[in-house]
Design a protein around this ligand. Structure first.
Ligand SMILES: C[S@@+](CC[C@H](N)C(=O)[O-])C[C@H]1O[C@@H](n2cnc3c(N)ncnc32)[C@H](O)[C@@H]1O
Length: 125
């Protein structure tokens, strides 16, 4: 979720969006952005780590990651190599169509960012 920009963008393109963030403030900002700017009611906001994706949803056609920390906020609260590998592994095990999308955007200028960017492989679980 972060500030909700990507969630709003994807909601305009998709039937339904399930958006994750571990920070309550991201849910608050995203909810406000959707109320202000989206005519659709097609987003589920989930206050949990992206690595728990399969606890919440089992059927989806694509996943989009915008990794790192909340811009303008606490840089210590961020995605990590571990959570990202877990999330990619679990998500990819449920992408059962030949036409699916995994898009990963990785900020790498902060501490730990390069390590996360250099993830070379993951396996579906
Ligand atoms: C670069 S920001 C996302 C920006 C967002 N896509 C937007 O459009 O504004 C990264 C977000 O990941 C969140 N985050 C950190 N660790 C996470 C985790 N394990 N699971 C889900 N979100 C996490 C942070 O709280 C932060 O809001």
């Amino acid at each position: 979720m972060g500030h909700g920009h990507d969630t709003l963008f994807l909601a305009q393109l998709s039937d339904h969006v399930y958006a994750f963030d571990i920070q309550e403030k991201a849910l608050v900002m995203t909810r406000k952005r959707l109320i202000d700017k989206s005519p659709k009611d097609n987003v589920t906001l989930i206050h949990d780590s992206h690595e728990h994706i399969l606890t919440h949803i089992r059927s989806f056609k694509g996943v989009v990651f915008n990794l790192g920390y909340l811009p303008g906020d606490n840089k210590a609260i961020k995605t990590t190599k571990k959570t990202t590998i877990n999330a990619l592994s679990f998500a990819s095990s449920c992408l059962n169509s030949f036409r699916f999308t995994i898009l990963v955007v990785c900020l790498s200028g902060h501490e730990g960012g390069l390590e996360e960017r250099h993830v070379e492989s993951f396996s579906p679980r």
